[in-house]
Write a protein that binds this ligand. Structure first.
Ligand code: C5P
Length: 233
């Protein structure tokens, strides 16, 4: 499994996206399209980024009845995205249906990941509001095992949970981890962060990095620093 840095393109206009990518000249970083960009620009931006040679993680976190998710995944798969995700809380039946919808007539399909628990959900909210009594680590491990049983490729989680997931599901089950900051960098609204190097040591397979690259004075240098610490270390 190749390790890579995925840049979160958290912008809402095409000008901002293309202006940002202009810095990268001939380089083609792996990019993530989240809800903000997708709801602003739709399938058009996916097609444009694919045509420019980027691999695309479409981060829409689907969660609905199995048949609806299956049909939606069929549409997304036809766009040629490389990675998509859903909420493991949608159940094993929903995840299995998603996988079916994603599989193209030639048998290929994008990587399918599950969100276990959002990193913004605290242990207290898990217990008091969602009425889930088990500890967070147990919930994350169990949801990851459900995703694996349904045939998914891995999960999106905090780097600090990557070890729990690998222990529960084995080393080949993928962990894609946001919440990355350089040592001494601005944490912003992320609560539990690691550096790219720590994420590597904790077993992450891909890191998702937004503001430390998109808001850097030199975005290409920041991207290369992530790669040096995470991929090449
Ligand atoms: O700017 P920053 O590096 O914090 O961006 C992280 C990206 O990863 C954002 O696009 C955010 O929506 C996404 N993400 C996250 N935590 C999750 C799932 C996705 O930060 N649990």
């Amino acid at each position: 499994m190749g390790k890579d840095v995925i840049i979160a393109l958290d912008f809402s206009t095409e000008d901002e996206v293309l202006g940002f990518l202009e810095h990268f000249a001939g380089e083609k970083p792996y990019v993530k399209i989240g809800m903000e960009l997708y709801y602003a620009l739709g399938n058009d931006i996916i097609c444009k980024l694919k045509a420019r040679g980027h691999q695309v993680f479409l981060d829409l976190k689907l969660h609905d009845i199995p048949n609806t998710v299956k049909s939606a995944m069929r549409v997304l798969s036809a766009l040629g995205v490389d990675m998509v995700n859903l909420h493991a809380a949608g159940t094993r039946a929903m995840m299995a249906a998603a996988l079916e919808g994603l599989t193209r007539p030639n048998g290929s399909r994008p990587i399918l990941l599950a969100v276990t628990q959002l990193t913004s959900t605290s242990e207290q909210v898990l217990h008091d509001e969602l009425l889930i009594a088990a500890p967070m680590a147990e919930v994350v491990a169990s949801y990851a095992q459900n995703a694996q049983a349904a045939g998914l490729d891995g999960v999106v989680c905090s780097p600090l949970e990557a070890g729990v997931v690998k222990k529960a599901c084995g080393p080949a089950f993928m962990t894609v981890t946001p919440g990355i900051r350089f040592a001494g960098g601005d944490v912003g609204d992320q609560a539990r962060v690691t550096t790219p190097g720590q994420a590597r040591q904790l077993g992450a397979d891909y890191i998702v990095v937004g503001r430390p690259i998109t808001r850097a004075e030199d975005p290409v240098a920041a991207w290369k620093r992530c790669a040096a610490e995470f991929v090449d270390a």
